[in-house]
Design a protein around this ligand. Sequence first.
Ligand SMILES: [Zn+2]
Length: 222
Amino acid sequence: MYQAYVPQQQQRIQQLALRLLLRKHLVAVQGAELDDRLRLRIAGMAVVPILELGLDWYDRWQTLILYDGPFVAEHSWEDEFGIVHQEVSERSGEAWERGPVVLSLEDVWHSGRGDGYNVVIHELAHTLDMRDASANGAPPLHAGMDAAAWQRDMQAAWDDLAQRAELGQPLPVDEYALEDPAEFFAVLSETFFEQPAPLREAWPKVYGHLVGFYRQDRLRQR
Ligand SMILES: [Zn+2]
């Protein structure tokens, strides 16, 4: 439950969640069913990242589409020889620039259970990342934040994660983070809100940058 995030701020989360539900469309498709409780649960997780930033940070998307299970994403792309390839893959969520955010209800159900996994925060972190130009692993930083330090410390954490993964060591975040810099930021964001302590222990500087960006520190709110 989203109540687990920031116990002292439950009321603010709930109020912001209700405001989000007034502004955005939550649409269930392909047999998915949404009741008020589930809407509130999803909205409650959705507003956690922007609790101190404000709802305007989500003004690039209006609709959240919910599938029943994992959904099948179809992408076609043309290679250098002009051959069009169809790529079909199973996804738990997807976010596009200025497009709707797509989530699988099954994965929503597994989110926010305290094991670090949260597809709602993950996909919405992508939308924050995409606010400046493209999904490049860095959202627009606030005035006073050091972009060069952000870049440097993220890179160091990336290298460390890659090394740990290669050595088969325990990982502070899901290995999926190494997919690309955008996934790195999305997975870091999930972990930042779901399992902040091991993240801070592994990469204190990265943790500090995330505190600076999200303007929250769950480890201080306890
Ligand atoms: Zn992702």
